[in-house]
Design a protein around this ligand. Structure first.
Ligand code: NAD
Length: 272
């Protein structure tokens, strides 16, 4: 029950009906007797500037999770950003400080790594491939570099995106080898699909982000992950599983990120 004394957090995007964060957070708040609630806000693009002004003055609002299409649009309008948000020019969470200042971070990559660690994957000195260098792929690639992979390979249909992200990572992490477009998968400890390929497909028959010939070079010791949340097991993950690899699903990443989002807004511990 929302009361006058209830503190609020929100998730903002458009459309918003499909998001799972409100039910996940509100269940956690109820289970832990916290007088906090999450609202889902379907915001029209024309209202963005007014929304930011309102957020600064909204005194019982602790913060806001940000989803499509506002991750980049909001990053340029906040008062300060984490180093990775500033580098990637993107936010997926905002904290409202007591004085109304708005601070942003992007924790998609941290959520991904939390889920991977549950599969006993330790990124230090490992070789990883990230397919798709959009908002989520860039955040995962950045967090993998922060966590100390030795070699990161990125690929995307857009060569320009690969080049821009490659430049950014090489300048932020000069000690890490960053290259593009792999010819074989056999050396990778981690292979991630961070593109939307496979979204809405049938598990056993649907589009793949890599050609079959390349999939056949996968090592059975690799962890293979997908960010796509529906279906839970994408055609890509089903293929990796047939080849004997451990798999990590999109919903695992989403769930593993809750603590990072809640902790940044100051409403949950990091590890929930
Ligand atoms: P985006 O549009 O910013 O980026 C997608 C990128 O994938 C683009 O650069 C595009 O060129 C590339 N791409 C498309 N097809 C490709 C292919 N065949 N091969 C290589 N690259 C290809 O999208 P985004 O915001 O990064 O979201 C990506 C996916 O992540 C979506 O499906 C979204 O639903 C999902 N997502 C999952 C979580 C989670 O917690 N699991 C969180 C956020 C988003």
């Amino acid at each position: 029950m929302i009361q006058g004394s209830t503190e609020l957090v929100a998730i903002v995007g458009s459309p918003i009906a499909q998001v799972k964060s409100p039910e996940n957070f509100n269940r956690w708040f109820a289970d832990h007797q916290q007088n906090v609630a999450m609202l889902a806000i379907d915001l029209a693009p024309t209202a963005l500037q007014n929304f930011i002004q309102t957020l600064r003055g909204w005194q019982n609002m602790r913060g806001c999770v940000v989803t499509v299409p506002y991750k980049q649009l909001l990053a340029s309008r906040l008062d300060s950003l984490s180093e990775r948000s500033a580098a990637l020019r993107s936010v997926n969470v905002i904290r409202r400080e007591a004085d109304g200042r708005l601070v942003g971070d992007i924790v998609d990559g941290e959520g991904f790594l939390n889920a991977a660690r549950k599969h006993a994957f330790n990124p230090k000195d490992k070789q990883a491939l990230v397919i798709g260098t959009g908002g989520v792929g860039s955040a995962i690639a950045y967090s993998l570099c922060q966590a100390g992979v030795s070699h990161l390979v990125i690929s995307d249909l857009s060569q320009e995106r690969v080049e821009v992200l490659g430049e950014l990572l090489r300048s932020a992490f000069p000690e890490i080898v960053v290259s593009a477009n792999p010819l074989t998968l056999k050396h990778f400890d981690l292979v991630v699909n961070a593109s939307p390929v496979g979204m809405g497909a049938a598990t056993d028959d649907g589009p793949m982000p890599l050609p079959n010939a390349l999939m056949e070079t996968l090592s059975a010791t690799a962890l293979v992950a997908d960010v796509v949340t529906s279906p839970q097991v994408t055609p890509f993950l089903a293929c990796a599983r047939r080849m004997g690899c451990a798999i990590q699903t999109g919903p695992e990443m989403a769930l593993a990120q809750l603590g990072n989002l809640g902790h940044f807004m100051g409403v949950t511990p990091l590890d929930i």
